[in-house]
Design a binder for this molecule. Structure first.
Ligand SMILES: Cc1cc2nc3c(=O)[nH]c(=O)nc-3n(C[C@H](O)[C@H](O)[C@H](O)COP(=O)(O)O)c2cc1C
Length: 350
């Protein structure tokens, strides 16, 4: 890692995690990004749900919740950036503290509760973007805490943001909004997806469903069936976990919320592999959870991911990690004789 990046990371770790995050967003917003990442290796290019990705490494939802700096984040070498979760009305989220570092475990626990600037502000920001310059932009949709008719909130989000998104995500898997994860049940999910599809108005942009890692075998089977029937364009697997592996070392492990980072890698990859098998490879999957290296990204791809995303590892390793992962992933593909990322997707199932 460059000495400058090491210095900035060390400094950022002295601050409480949420202060450090707000400061990062402010700094990115205030200064022109002079940074240019390494040129793209053509072996990493792929076409997934009708979009051309220069590389398969994306920034996961939750970092740029209100679409304040997504264009600049593209400069760090991501093939795509997902903003949100966005709710129809602006929302303050849960009381602080609500974000905790588990440094010994290379993990984070958050119970943010969909703090974001709301649909109107986000729509204005994404409408101003110049598509030819920015990264591929996903917009992740959530619901306001007080809304009773959940599907109505997702439908509002889809209707308002479809024109400016390269893809949309229905997020029914965050653990910090009461009742949200129940929307993953068979009937609720089928109804929700039907309403969001109607609100989108037409076939585009692609619509993805983001699911939790904490699902029973029956729940996974139901989701696979409903997703195929509803003709969603892809799945994102997975969100944070409410489980607490027994080997966590950090004192903050007792905090309530969703756990992300290294301890999530195994469980989220197992669910990804299962969803690939249950959908017979017919739905592209975005693999997310605990990726911190080229080896991790490659393992998700072999388990069935067409694309991957990360968030928590950036907190511990800084943005240079993106170029390192790309470099290492390309080397691993070549070493195993794959000419493209697409050729390696689901390789472990064959
Ligand atoms: C602080 C924080 C906030 C998050 N907010 C959201 C969110 O608003 N919507 C969402 O779908 N996922 C959210 N996530 C989950 C991430 O997108 C991702 O699924 C999860 O962190 C696993 O990836 P990782 O281990 O690489 O961090 C958040 C994660 C973190 C750490």
């Amino acid at each position: 890692m460059a000495p400058y990046s090491q210095f900035v990371l060390a400094l950022a770790r002295l601050l409480p995690p949420e202060t450090s995050h707000r400061l990062t967003i402010k700094l990115l917003g205030a200064f022109p990004t002079i940074r240019h990442s390494a040129p793209e290796d053509p072996i990493l290019a792929s076409r997934v749900f009708g979009l051309d990705f220069a590389n398969p490494i994306g920034l996961a939802a939750g970092f740029d919740k209100s679409a304040e700096v997504f264009a600049k984040l593209g400069r760090f070498g991501f093939g795509f950036v997902e903003v949100g979760s966005v709710t129809p009305l602006p929302q303050a989220g849960n009381p602080r503290p609500r974000l905790f570092r588990l440094a010994e475990d290379q993990a984070v626990i958050n119970r943010m509760g969909f703090n974001n600037h709301g649909l109107v502000a986000v729509r204005e920001r994404v409408a101003r973007r110049r598509r030819e310059h920015g990264p591929i932009l996903g917009i992740n949709l959530g619901k306001n805490k007080e809304t009773l008719d959940a599907a109505a909130d997702y439908a509002k989000g889809a209707a308002a943001l479809a024109p400016n998104a390269d893809y949309l995500v229905v997020n029914v898997s965050s653990p910090n909004t009461p009742g949200l994860r129940d929307l993953q049940g068979r009937e609720a999910l089928a109804e929700l997806l039907a309403r969001v599809m109607t609100a989108r108005g037409g076939e585009r942009p692609p619509l993805l469903l983001k699911i939790a890692p904490d699902l029973s075998t029956a729940e996974r089977r139901d989701i696979a069936e409903v997703a195929l029937q509803a003709r969603v364009d892809g799945l994102i697997v997975s969100n944070t976990t409410t489980a607490r592996p027994l080997n966590l070392k950090s004192p903050a492990a007792k905090e309530a919320g969703g756990l992300s980072g290294r301890p999530l890698f195994g469980p989220s990859t197992a669910v990804l592999s299962d969803m690939y098998r249950l959908t017979e490879g017919r739905l592209p999957i975005v693999g997310v959870g605990g990726i911190a290296s080229g080896a991790d990204a490659y393992a998700k791809i072999r388990a069935g991911a067409s694309l991957v995303q990360l968030y928590t590892a950036l907190i511990y390793h800084g943005p240079d990690l993106v170029d390192r992962i790309k470099h290492d992933l390309a080397a691993r593909l070549r070493a195993d004789g794959f000419a493209t990322v697409a050729a390696a997707v689901g390789a472990d199932h064959r």
